[in-house]
Design a protein around this ligand. Structure first.
Ligand SMILES: NC(=O)c1ccc[n+]([C@@H]2O[C@H](COP(=O)([O-])OP(=O)(O)OC[C@H]3O[C@@H](n4cnc5c(N)ncnc54)[C@H](OP(=O)(O)O)[C@@H]3O)[C@@H](O)[C@H]2O)c1
Length: 262
């Protein structure tokens, strides 16, 4: 599979203004990449760009909203015109919106799918149209371990992440032999603003800079899935192979039936 390297072009990251995306932007710039950072908050991206001064690579700010398809296409065009071809895209922008069963199907569900799935699709279209004629590119989609199987209080979030895993699997097959490699990232709990207010236990939570290093190692290593921490990911893979009665019994016991998973 194609694996990008810093001298070949630009690394583009969405959701780069905080948490995992911010950590990956800094880590890639440290590793010598010229990074193009996208999120809605222009002021925060400007601070991030300054922070990378003195690194082997650099970071430029390209504010845009991933739910705005034409705005995102414009940002990609601006990045490629002003900085160079995107060879690595980390489609990471996403969030959790409350989708409790009593209010299910409303605003939380719509916003979750609009951002997590629709936003990723809005980025994928123009990035693929750019990479295809060049015959090379690496795209990593940030999903979550929550996409492996249903978890309590995560019907919209988990379903959106399951959709991204399926989408990445499909693209991986469809784009075989085109020179474009697709990866899916399935992190466990990472300490970020998204889950800062959580009251329930989050086993094996990692700091964002640790998660970022693991993700960047995964970009360099290649392979389809970048998943961590293994001590959470592998048991979660295993319980999803069990018959449903056992699956529901184990997940119910572990979460008390009302824990949330990101
Ligand atoms: N934290 C975890 O435990 C965990 C675990 C597994 C997967 N994930 C996934 O990791 C990704 C990043 O989450 P995080 O934990 O790092 O959360 P975070 O710190 O809240 O970061 C979310 C990022 O997405 C950006 N964003 C939100 N809406 C956007 C929009 N409409 N257009 C463009 N950018 C937008 C935010 O920036 P602006 O507000 O400036 O736009 C921010 O940079 C998400 O996809 C999340 O589902 C997180």
């Amino acid at each position: 599979m194609y694996r990008a390297s810093p001298n070949e072009g630009i690394a583009w990251i969405t959701g780069a203004s905080s948490g995992i995306g911010r950590g990956v932007a800094i880590e890639l710039a440290r590793r010598g990449y010229r990074v193009a950072a996208t999120a809605r908050r222009a002021d925060v991206l400007a601070v991030l760009a300054r922070e990378a001064q003195g690194f082997g690579g650099d970071i430029s700010a390209h504010p845009a909203d991933v739910t705005d398809a034409s705005g995102i296409a414009g940002a990609i065009n601006e990045i490629e015109t002003s900085r160079g071809a995107i060879v690595l895209a980390f489609l990471n922008a996403g969030s959790y919106f409350i989708d409790a069963p009593e209010s299910f199907g409303g605003e939380g569900f719509r916003r979750t799918f609009e951002l997590n799935v629709g936003g990723t699709a809005n980025c994928l279209g123009p990035v693929l149209r750019s990479m295809r004629p060049r015959g090379r590119g690496q795209i990593a989609i940030n999903a979550s371990l929550a996409g492996y199987g249903g978890l309590p209080q995560a019907a919209a979030y988990g379903a959106s992440k399951a959709a991204l895993i399926n989408l990445a699997e499909s693209l991986r097959l469809s784009l075989a032999d085109t020179g474009i490699s697709i990866q899916v990232v399935t992190p466990g709990f990472v300490r970020t603003p998204m889950n800062a207010q959580n009251k329930y236990p989050m086993p094996f939570t990692l700091p964002a800079d640790d998660a970022a290093r693991r993700i960047c190692d995964g970009f360099e290593r290649g392979g389809f899935e970048i998943t961590f921490p293994k001590r959470l990911a592998w048991p979660m893979k295993a319980i999803n192979l069990l018959p449903y009665p056992l699956y529901f019994w184990i997940v119910g016991r572990l979460t008390g039936g009302h824990g949330r998973a990101r």
